[in-house]
Ligand binder design. Structure first.
Ligand code: BG6
Length: 509
């Protein structure tokens, strides 16, 4: 049986299903190139791209070269390293939905093993449409590509499943082929440096922990919005929608990091147990609360930007949501009664991901407050991207006579450290896959916990297609109903501006 050493093995091949797709070109290849440049890949290493497009090794290399030039920055490019990296790329045309093609795949991998001296160690990466998630592991197993000898691991993209039932079914299939700790259900948000820093911020400092609970915190906002629309992914997005694409995974991970108890150790079991506890403490939704606490929206055209329904491959009467705002409660000792407001959408005014912890007001206002933030409420802004940083907003006396107070920001920007990480979330996570470290990947039971929470909403939307889908013009902060959600609770969204020190809704974008 494979020993998990938590270090990069001497030899391993990465087999990418969906090698001609967008994810592979835009994210995986640049991430792999950077890992290669940093010598953080196995000493004996090759990437075998697999897809239906009929490339040869040479034309695949040429194609990836063009994409790398497009997606890497100038200072990341190095001609010599690029040449070496491209030399590690191979391509096998095949239809991943056809069982007999796996015999050809096995033959190709056997030959490569022999030529390059790999010991049948394979990391299979499924960068394919979710419809293929079920059959690929089963066909790999039938073709004897998943057993001994050698290490076998699999990486599968989110969303893992379409609902609770399909996620449960996928879990059964995957665990019948691979051991749980060899299954890497990837959510790239967990590889972001600033997301990981939430853990350091919370658990490497003692000053915030006493405040990190319902006694001092009023509410929490988690926003992950983007300016882009669906781009070339309409086919996928029409089947998926924002709740499955962003909320069920990325936003839930952020929520878990903010709400979790300190893990006993930073390793896979302890960390993922705490994530799971958060998901299991979520106040279950009902049809009633699914109606009132979850707002879905879809963008319409504005200026020269097309509306969602005008995008290519989108049905003219599509009811797929491109925006979700929701109110969530974590019913446990620490968080009882404190709302978490989650919000995500496409075609918003800007791209930003941030978490704002709003602290309660002082019990009594001694001073007169001036400016746009009255009454005074302190807040902590954790900016995940862009302009990564942390800002603490608190009240200070306005200089001069009298005793007025106004808010000010004490901010820290990652850029001030001078050296931002050269590698992105995918590099970090792929390296963890090489090393066999599953800490930052979703565990099967946790994925099901998350789906369990969302099922009442998905069921309600499915049974009531007429349930409101609010429109919002492209380039705005979503439908007014999303504002109502927070206003009802007496709060406001802090629509973020690009500059971290001006995170209020009044600043210009
Ligand atoms: C992906 C979603 O997982 O995350 C996309 O499928 C979304 O729809 C993307 O655009 C956002 O990720 P990031 O890292 O660019 O914020």
């Amino acid at each position: 049986m494979e020993e998990l050493t938590m270090s990069i093995p001497q030899s391993m091949f990465l087999v990418i299903f969906g090698a001609s797709g967008d994810l592979c070109k835009r994210k995986l290849m640049p991430a792999l190139y950077l890992l290669y440049r940093e010598k953080r890949v196995p000493a004996t290493f090759a990437i075998l791209g697999v897809a239906r497009t009929s490339y040869s090794d040479a034309s695949f290399r040429e194609n990836i070269r063009t994409e790398l030039i497009r997606y890497l920055s100038e200072d990341q490019m190095d001609e010599g390293i690029m040449r070496e990296f491209l030399g590690c790329l191979y391509y096998q045309p095949m239809n991943p939905a056809r069982e007999e093609d796996y015999t050809t795949l096995k033959k190709r991998l056997d030959e490569m093993d022999k030529d390059l001296n790999n010991r049948s160690n394979y990391l299979f990466y499924l960068a394919v449409p979710p419809a293929l998630y079920e059959i690929i592991p089963q066909f790999l197993k039938k073709a004897r590509l998943t057993g001994s000898p050698g290490m076998k691991r699999v990486v599968v993209e989110k969303p893992f499943g379409y609902d609770l039932q399909s996620a449960g079914n996928l879990n059964k299939i995957y665990t019948s082929v691979f051991q749980e700790d060899r299954i890497f259900r990837i959510d790239h948000f967990l590889g972001k440096e600033t997301v990981l820093n939430i853990l350091a911020f919370r658990f490497a400092n003692s000053i915030f922990e006493p405040l990190w609970n319902r006694n001092y915190i009023d509410y929490v906002e988690i926003t992950a919005v983007e300016k882009l629309g669906v781009e070339r992914r309409a086919g996928f997005f029409e089947q998926t929608g924002t709740l499955r694409d962003m909320v069920q995974n990325h936003l839930m991970q952020l929520l878990a990091l903010i709400a979790m108890e300190p893990p006993r150790q930073f390793e896979a079991t302890s960390f993922r147990d705490e994530v799971s506890k958060v998901y299991r403490s979520l106040r279950p939704l009902t049809e009633e609360t699914a109606k009132s606490m979850v707002i879905r929206g879809q963008y319409t055209g504005a200026d020269d930007i097309k509306g969602y329904r005008e995008e290519e491959s989108v049905a003219p009467d599509s009811r797929t949501e491109t925006f979700v705002a929701m109110k969530v409660f974590v019913d446990n000792w620490r968080w009882s009664g404190i709302p978490f407001f989650l919000r995500t959408g496409k075609r918003m005014p800007t791209k930003v991901t941030e978490i704002i912890i709003h602290f309660k007001q002082t019990p009594y206002h001694l001073f007169e407050c001036t400016g746009t933030h009255c009454p005074v409420t302190d807040s902590l802004v954790i900016r995940i991207q862009p302009e990564e940083g942390i800002a603490l907003r608190f009240a200070l006396k306005v200089p001069g006579s009298g005793f007025e107070v106004n808010m000010t920001d004490m901010d820290f920007s990652y850029a001030s450290l001078g050296q931002l990480p050269v590698m992105d979330a995918y590099s970090r996570l792929i390296e963890d896959c090489f090393a066999g470290d599953s800490t930052l990947f979703s565990r099967g039971d946790t994925v099901e916990d998350s789906w369990t929470f969302f099922m009442p909403v998905l069921d309600y939307w499915q049974r009531h297609p007429e349930a409101p889908l609010y429109s919002y013009p492209a380039g705005t902060w979503g439908p007014p109903e999303a504002d109502r959600l927070v206003h009802e609770a007496g709060f406001e969204w802090s629509n973020p501006c690009k500059n971290l020190t001006k995170t209020d809704k009044y600043c210009e974008l």
